[in-house]
Ligand binder design. Structure first.
Ligand code: RIB
Length: 282
């Protein structure tokens, strides 16, 4: 039985570790190169599957990268019956990680951008999840169809509005919760103050989580704002995928009946553990 369906992207992450981020027009020598299965959808599905039965709805290419991405989801215990293969390249992400663990990411969507609204509604009809979790590395029309399916079938929609893109009002209105970081919150509200952004977004969505990195997160539900602090960490290996760990674990806890604040608390602990662990060992 599927409790969480993650509708989203799968990318092969091509990761360069560098002493610092290159400035425009500058070349820097890297210190290491790694490949990891990634994509916000795949990362979030893998995280959710550590807590509850999870299916992934997405598209991959017919290349080696696509086979590797599917194998990774299977290894992580995610149901891939709705991860469709198609001719052409899989999604890829070019990632630079600096010694402070921060990243810069360029995504080449490939097959992810061929995930169609019909693929999603057909898949969700069969999977009948309690919680649907989605992001924005798939076409906007597909995100819209995902939100509509959740609304009309009584499922809870969790929307991680990342990367930033203009969203129709009805999609935002269905989000319970909307999960954004500060940059994404600024894009949607034009304010840099987390508490102001939270108030604005809370009027547009059912519930909201703004993640604040080392400052934890703000959770707004039923007019009440809770600040959840993050654990103090001495070492950070790589922050890539920490937000996905947070989103996936929150969705899975919600599907198991946990309240939003407590679900986000568990997710904060999971994300803290992730960023102290090199990606190859997660
Ligand atoms: O959130 C991290 C993810 O963003 C990476 O795995 C990369 O593929 C991009 O989708």
């Amino acid at each position: 039985m599927t409790r969480v369906a993650v509708v989203g992207s799968a990318n092969l992450d091509l990761v360069a570790h560098t002493p610092r981020r290159p400035a425009p027009g500058e070349t820097v020598l890297g210190t290491g190169y790694f490949q990891h299965p990634g994509g916000k959808g795949l990362n979030q599905a893998a995280a959710a599957a550590t807590v509850t039965p999870t299916s992934f709805v997405g598209r991959r290419g017919s290349d080696d990268a696509g086979r590797l991405l599917e194998a990774e989801l299977v290894r992580r215990g995610v149901d891939t019956s709705r991860f469709l293969a198609m001719e052409g390249p899989s999604g890829h992400a070019l990632i630079t990680v600096t010694p402070d663990g921060e990243n810069s990411i360029t995504v080449l969507p490939g097959a992810n951008y061929l995930l169609l609204p019909d693929d999603v509604t057909r898949a969700l009809d069969v999977l009948a999840p309690q919680v649907v979790l989605t992001q924005q590395e798939i076409p906007l029309a597909t995100t819209g169809a995902t939100a509509r399916w959740a609304l009309t079938h009584g499922a809870r929609l969790m929307l991680n509005a990342s990367p930033s893109a203009a969203l129709p009002e009805e999609v935002l209105a269905a989000a319970d919760p909307l999960v954004v970081n500060l940059t994404e919150a600024h894009f949607l509200t034009a304010t840099d103050t987390p508490s102001d952004a939270a108030k604005i977004l809370a009027k547009q969505c059912v519930s909201v989580i703004i993640t604040l990195g080392s400052d934890g997160s703000l959770v707004v539900e039923n007019g009440r704002t809770t600040h959840l602090p993050a654990p103090r960490l001495t070492a950070v290996a790589d922050t890539t995928g920490a937000g996905d760990m947070f989103a996936g674990v929150t969705a899975a806890r919600l599907a198991r009946g946990t309240g939003l604040v407590e679900a986000a608390h568990h997710a904060t602990q999971a994300a803290a553990q992730a960023i102290q662990t090199p990606r190859s060992s997660r």
